[in-house]
Design a protein. Structure first.
Length: 177
């Protein structure tokens, strides 16, 4: 129901420029929900989150550190439509999309939410602090926990040290599950 509502959404200025609504993918029964910022070009074209280079890194970390694939978790974003030129979503765009994410979280009822990057972390923890200062800790979240980590695109730019920190965060995820 909520996915079909999102598919026809015209609440904000992102709707006219999208190719596809990128709602989410995976197993909503898994208890594990990864939340990113919003779709990029590849995601907009394919209608699925994290399918480009960032997605390949995310898939590798999920497989290597959690012994899962996309069928063993759920992956979504704060906003469901691609912001032009991959800019950060504007506050009113986030406000328009947050009810969809809130309903996804309500329906999925994950034991563990993993926020990928500053944007998702700030949106769900309702803070102005960055992921660098928040990662390394689990936070109580809707009857489970929230574990912040870097966005895979940041890790691709930052190299091995950042990927190693993400791996450590994924160990926290495994322990929380």
């Amino acid at each position: 129901m909520v996915a079909s509502e999102a598919a026809s959404c015209t609440r904000c200025r992102l709707a006219p420029t999208r190719t596809n609504v990128v709602f989410g993918v995976g197993n909503p029964e898994s208890g594990l929900f990864f939340v990113g910022e919003g779709p990029g070009r590849d995601e907009d074209l394919q209608g699925e989150p994290f399918v480009g280079r960032s997605g390949k890194l995310l898939d590798a970390l999920i497989a290597q550190e959690l012994d899962l694939d996309r069928t063993g978790c759920y992956i979504g974003n704060v906003v469901k439509c691609r912001p032009p030129q991959n800019r950060d979503p504007k506050p009113d765009e986030v406000e328009s999309c947050m009810p969809f994410l809130a309903e996804q979280i309500e329906i999925i009822a994950p034991r563990v939410v993993v926020t990928l990057g500053n944007f998702a972390t700030r949106a769900l923890l309702q803070t102005t602090k960055g992921v660098t200062s928040l990662r390394g800790t689990s936070y109580p979240f809707r009857g489970g926990c929230l574990i912040p980590t870097y966005h895979p695109s940041y890790a691709l730019r930052g190299g091995g040290a950042v990927v190693a920190e993400m791996r450590a965060d994924f160990v926290r995820v495994r322990e929380a599950l």
